[in-house]
Design a protein around this ligand. Structure first.
Ligand code: PGA
Length: 344
């Protein structure tokens, strides 16, 4: 090590970083990289844009390397910027844990939790979060709801503490995965659709109907497309929509049938405007999975939430079973009515 470099270290620590950078600068840099934008970072941190630029310049001067690359429209971290971003995330995670430990010692239950969940988990995750926040009133929670492909990107970028997925990722990711409550996929149609009066509908018959599909990147879409492809069938996709709710409304509007998670019918129940069809091979039994990275130690708040969520599984399972039972009772009635007609 050169004399000059040596003087940058004291007691084995990078003295030049400790003396000349601040947590505030790191916070600004973290926000700029995460949001990909100076203006949004300034807004999030209640700062002016010139303050954001000045602080980033100071950070760049200390590290003596460019940290951001503004080629084209996109603002991206350079290789040095990425290394800094990773280090900042580790430092901030440790600070959050420190905050939670201190709060614990003071008898407070406090800490930060970042959750990344796939779209359909929006039908139960907020409810668990509500109960959790009542138990841990000092928790500061961010919930990012997006489709499967985006959640997988977030896992790769180590964006959140915990994830909820509709199926475990097929490859990679070094995740610890916990199977959770059921996530059955069912075929839905508007209540006045003629198929509601039919039983034991074949997949081939279903393929004749106009279909409303989730967007590319959705886990549900992948599952449905695979099922039809395995049978050598092609769906008659009438439209693609990026939200479960929009799809339900399109179904109610008579635009077609769809396949979604039964969870999407939790609020309206079995007597609402959407009916579940009696189709062979359905429901497709799937589960939810809670997951976190194996690479980094899970934060105290995340581990408290994991335990809390796993303990709430029986309530969600029961809700699904009760709801599905109501639809299958109706299927039974239609079956016996149709048998009666056949005999007559
Ligand atoms: P999606 O995932 O919201 O991306 O469709 C849901 C699932 O896989 O169950």
């Amino acid at each position: 090590m050169t004399e000059q470099k040596k003087s940058r270290f004291k007691g084995g620590l990078p003295d030049y970083l400790i003396r000349h950078t601040t947590f505030r600068q790191m916070q600004i840099f973290e926000a700029v990289v995460r949001l990909g934008n100076f203006t949004r970072a300034a807004e999030e941190l209640f700062l002016t844009q010139p303050t954001v630029s000045t602080q980033l310049k100071k950070l760049t001067d200390v590290l003596e390397m460019p940290l951001l690359d503004q080629s084209g429209r996109q603002l991206k971290p350079t290789e040095a910027g990425e290394a800094l971003y990773r280090a900042i995330r580790l430092i901030f995670d440790s600070l959050s844990d420190l905050d939670m430990s201190i709060a614990g010692l003071k008898g407070l239950r406090r800490g930060r939790l970042r959750l990344g969940v796939i779209s359909t988990a929006q039908y139960f995750a907020p409810e668990i979060l509500g109960d959790f926040c009542r138990k841990f009133p000092g928790s500061d929670i961010s919930l990012k709801v997006t489709n499967r492909d985006r959640v997988i990107e977030r896992i790769q970028d180590n964006e959140d503490d915990l994830y909820i997925l509709g199926q475990p990722p097929e490859k990679m990711l070094n995740l610890k995965v916990y199977p959770f409550a059921p996530n059955p996929l069912v075929v839905m149609a508007s209540r006045d659709h003629p198929l509601c009066q039919e039983s034991n509908i074949s997949i081939e018959r279903l393929a004749e109907e106009s279909f409303i599909a989730r967007e590319v990147g959705s886990g549900i879409r992948d599952t449905v497309m695979k099922l039809f492809a395995e049978r050598g069938l092609k769906l008659k996709t009438r439209m693609e929509l990026g939200s479960n709710e929009a799809i339900k409304h399109a179904v109610i509007g008579g635009l077609g049938v769809t396949v979604l998670s039964l969870h999407t019918l939790c609020l309206e129940g079995a007597d609402g405007p959407v009916d579940v069809l009696d189709v062979q091979g359905f429901p497709i039994e799937r589960k939810w999975y809670l997951a976190h990275s194996k690479d980094k130690e899970i934060s105290l708040m995340a581990s408290a939430f994991l335990e809390f969520a796993l303990a709430s599984e029986p309530v969600i399972t029961k809700r699904m079973e009760t709801l599905y039972r109501k639809f299958s009772q109706r299927h039974e009635l239609v079956r016996s009515k149709n048998k009666g007609k056949e005999k007559a």
